[in-house]
Design a protein around this ligand. Structure first.
Ligand SMILES: *Cc1c(COP(=O)(O)O)cnc(C)c1O
Length: 462
């Protein structure tokens, strides 16, 4: 039994063939540090009575594995088989190829971001999107910020923050929403410097509630799309058109925060109708806010469309500079918005819509096809797979109560903790596979799996 002398020195390994290969891949400093850490551990093990020769033989593989693990990104691609198409925790919308290419070009090249190619003078970054947004929504003007939360913040700050004519923002108690990630409407209003005036009740708000609340102090009437819940039963809300009439009569701007804000009528794609941005504009809202990475299917962004004078005021707000968009996302958004000019091909080219509109029969056939192969991959580990019906959701607060019939794989194993154990195993794959646990099984909803081979290849690494 050999002791410390069986262990190589750091330099011996670095100068050997295996060490050189690791250096070529990870750099000398990283390999040196990884070796030192493992050698320290091995010296402790020898002191505890282990065999140095045995330990030394394991060193190259251990260090290679340590370095590979260190290199692997937690942002690596994964399979979203949760059934939630726009999953906020998984990055929401997947971009269209056109948008990806535009983003890459923008990253790798100088471009006329704030430069007028005709005059050679200064241009404005929003100009690349303003025309498209006006065209697609029917609004007079548009401005673009970091996300919809920022859109709401800057719009409220402009209309009812310090320095605005009126400081109060009137909103129905039925619309004081909290969405995930600690975005609470009352908190955002407070940070925007607007004084919240709550009207009506949780389930019913009437025109007279708005009329009674409007004073000289009113800076804005806010309507919020209750995107992640629905109040049912004995309810009343004031429809946008009527509310627009009340706002106009009182000369107070009406802002409608749509949240998901679709640019197309989803009923054309077999989904339930969700108010479109164009409709919200036509109904008379002075400003409409919505997200870039929800139903629109682009990168993270927030849009504000509406009256020219109000958009100009928002653009003059010093906060605009703090919440502006970068060139990469502007380029991706321009390419995404251009896809909307051809509605006939939209469901082919925009992944969000393509996945939402996938016919149930196609997904069910895919589940039948994949079940035996997934079952074969899982058998050696004591799990089984069978096709099953399931339900998908749009996610990100769009049509929260509606589910879309879908199909998937039901993965089961021995013992009550089988779904959890399998979920851990699938998360640890080089290409992690994420499902959801329901009824004692791990369900993989196949709606977002556009290519069978992606799943079988991912599972081959088990
Ligand atoms: C999602 C949502 C927001 C926030 O949008 P982000 O783009 O996530 O910042 C604001 N309001 C409503 C109604 C929403 O649904």
């Amino acid at each position: 039994m050999e002791g410390f002398r069986a262990l190589p020195s750091v330099d011996q390994v670095l100068n050997g063939a295996e060490g050189a290969a690791l250096v070529a891949r990870h750099g000398r400093q990283a390999v040196r540090e990884a070796l030192r850490a493992r050698l320290d551990e091995m010296r402790d093990a020898i002191r505890a009575g282990e065999d140095g020769t045995v330990l030394a033989a394991r060193l190259p593989d251990l260090v290679a594995a340590d370095l590979a693990a260190r290199d692997r990104s937690r942002l690596r691609p994964m399979l979203n088989l949760t059934g939630t198409v726009l999953h906020t925790n998984l990055g929401r919308a997947i971009l269209a190829d056109e948008a990806v290419r535009a983003a890459i070009t923008a990253m790798a090249n100088p471009l006329a971001l704030e430069f007028d190619l005709e005059t050679g003078g200064r241009g404005q970054r929003d100009d690349h999107l303003r025309g498209l947004l006006v065209e697609l929504t029917g609004a007079e003007d548009a401005t673009i910020v970091n996300n919809n939360a920022a859109a709401v913040l800057i719009a409220l700050n402009t209309l009812a923050g310090p320095g605005a004519d009126g400081r109060q923002a009137v909103v129905s108690r039925g619309e004081l929403i909290e969405i995930g990630g600690a975005f609470r409407m009352p908190d955002i209003m407070a940070r925007a410097g607007a004084k919240l005036v709550e009207i009506g009740t949780t389930n019913r708000t009437h025109p007279r509630d708005y009329q009674a609340a409007i004073t000289e102090e009113t800076g804005v009437i806010l309507k919020v799309h209750t995107s992640n819940y629905r109040i049912e039963g004995f309810t009343a809300e004031v429809q946008a058109t009527e509310l627009a009439g009340i706002a106009r009569a009182a000369k107070v701007p009406l802002m409608n925060d749509l949240g998901a804000g679709s640019l197309v009528d989803l009923s054309h794609y077999g989904l339930r109708r969700e108010p479109t941005v164009r409709e919200a504009v036509a109904e008379g809202a002075d400003l409409v806010t919505f997200s870039g990475d929800k139903l629109l299917g682009g990168p993270q962004a927030g849009f504000i469309v509406g009256r020219k004078d109000l958009i100009a005021a928002i653009n003059r707000n010093p906060l605009k500079r703090a919440v502006r968009l970068d060139k990469i996302r502007i380029a991706a958004l321009e390419a995404t918005l251009k896809l909307y000019r051809d509605p006939d091909r939209l469901a082919e080219r925009l992944p969000t819509l393509r996945m939402l509109a996938r016919p149930m029969a196609e997904i069910a056939a895919q589940a039948q096809r994949l079940a035996p192969r997934v079952d074969a991959a899982l058998r050696p580990f004591g799990f089984a797979a069978a096709p099953c019906p399931c339900v998908s959701q749009i996610g990100s607060g769009a049509l929260p109560v509606d589910t879309i019939p879908s199909a998937g794989l039901r993965l089961t194993g021995q013992g009550g903790d089988a779904p959890d154990r399998l979920a851990v195993k699938l998360r640890a794959l080089p290409m992690p596979v994420i499902g959801h646990i329901q009824g004692g099984a791990l369900i993989l909803d196949l709606r977002c799996l556009e290519d069978d081979a992606t799943l079988t290849t991912a599972l081959a690494a088990l």
